[in-house]
Design a protein around this ligand. Structure first.
Ligand SMILES: CSCCC(=O)C(=O)COP(=O)(O)O
Ligand SMILES: [Zn+2]
Length: 239
């Protein structure tokens, strides 16, 4: 291998290891936000130009992960890097249960990163209106943080029903990705939310806006105000 090729290989390896470290660092931040507590939640970043996908491991303290805990998959889902087994009593590392859901989102959307949050506000907003098929909100400045949306737009986020196992959500996620072509988030009732963007920065920024809007909706509801109407006027019995 000539020195030019060696240099190219070095920079590719560095991009992968830097991204693995970045996912660990971001999960530490998300833990402080209440998005990945109790081992819940997960994250994935896709390195389009390298054909690789980084995913968090399953069932671990998400705020204590390091770069070497990350799984790295090829675009077809096969393993590229499996984390080393740590000393007993730790179990062998397992990739996130969100793996099939992340792969489906990558397949159906041109995403560069996906965040799965277990934030309380993402749960509660689905429980206040237990029959609603989607979360709708308008006339809030933070809607502008969601790609393709303005202040006056109605932001519509599909809600799917929860299941006993994360992988069982695959059919309902696929259905809403088809039925809501503009959405870059799916809320799972009584569980959490999946949010994606073209880069990790876009996914994180939009995740902050979605969580803000869910929180605002809950607070508006507590104040007797209807979050889904332009005036946010008093809640009517039917809403
Ligand atoms: C209390 S966590 C239950 C599993 C879950 O919903 C989740 O998001 C975490 O799954 P993972 O396999 O990525 O740890
Ligand atoms: Zn989950």
């Amino acid at each position: 291998m000539d020195s030019h090729s060696k240099s190219g290989q070095f920079w590719k390896i560095k991009q992968v290891t830097d991204s693995m470290a970045l996912v660990a660092e971001l999960c530490g931040h998300f833990y402080k936000m209440g998005w990945v507590s109790g081992t819940g939640g997960a994250m994935s970043v896709r390195l389009h130009h390298l054909g690789l996908i980084i995913m968090t491991p399953s069932g671990v303290q998400k705020e204590r992960m390091t770069a070497e805990d990350m799984f790295v998959k090829c675009s077809d889902g096969s393993d590229f890097i499996i984390p080393p087994v740590k000393a007993s009593p730790h179990k062998p590392p397992k990739c996130s249960d969100c793996n099939p859901l992340f792969m489906k989102i990558y397949e159906m959307r041109n995403a560069g990163a996906i965040i799965h949050s277990h934030a309380m506000e993402a749960c509660l907003v689905t429980m206040i209106r237990p029959l609603s098929k989607d979360f709708r909100i308008t006339h809030m400045e933070m809607i502008k943080g969601i790609e393709g949306h303005g202040y006056y737009d109605e932001l519509i986020v599909p809600i799917i029903e929860n299941a006993a196992q994360e992988g069982e959500l695959i059919n309902s996620i696929t259905e809403v990705l088809e039925a809501y072509p503009r959405t870059n988030a799916v809320v799972v009732r009584n569980h959490g939310v999946f949010i994606w963007g073209e880069s990790w920065i876009s996914a994180k920024t939009q995740a902050e806006c979605y969580h803000y809007l869910f929180d605002a909706a809950i607070k508006l509801h507590q104040l007797g105000m209807d979050w889904s109407t332009p005036s946010h006027g008093p809640i009517k019995r039917s809403s």
